[in-house]
Design a protein around this ligand. Structure first.
Ligand code: FES
Length: 137
């Protein structure tokens, strides 16, 4: 039976925790990378990363989305913190879903929005490092 067909489905403690008290919610000044994604549902998420060498030192998010998207952004940033940039770029929707103890089927895309925004922000760190330094006149 599909999870959403069960009448006894309850949000896991981790989901409730991250909905009520999102971690890493806000902005960063002078980030080393940033990502933005507009989800199919019309909600937006943006993230900013500070890197310490090859590691994600800090990553924060804002979203215009629902409570589960706040929980997903929160969990995705928690999972990405401390990983190498390359590892964080491989963060998946399923990892976020598993860490939250699952989401209702019609909100699983919130985890995809969060994981993809992490990937984009971390990819931007690498792109910026490859970009030639601006020359001053
Ligand atoms: Fe759009 Fe959650 S991100 S419904």
């Amino acid at each position: 039976m599909d999870r959403d067909e069960r009448s006894d489905w309850q949000p896991a403690p981790a989901l409730l925790d991250h909905m009520r008290q999102p971690r890493n919610n806000g902005w960063l000044l002078q980030p080393d990378g940033q990502g933005y994604m507009l989800g199919d549902c019309g909600d937006e998420m943006a993230m900013w990363v500070k890197a310490d060498g090859d590691r994600v030192e800090r990553i924060v998010f804002v979203t215009s989305g629902c409570g589960t998207s706040h929980a997903a952004g929160s969990m995705a940033t928690v999972l990405a913190t401390g990983r190498t940039i390359q590892e964080a770029m491989r963060l998946t929707q399923q990892e976020v879903l598993t860490a939250l103890g699952g989401l209702p089927k019609d909100h699983e895309h919130c985890a995809l929005l969060a994981a993809t925004t992490v990937q984009m922000a971390c990819e931007d760190v690498l792109v910026r490092r490859l970009a030639p330094a601006e020359s001053t006149p």
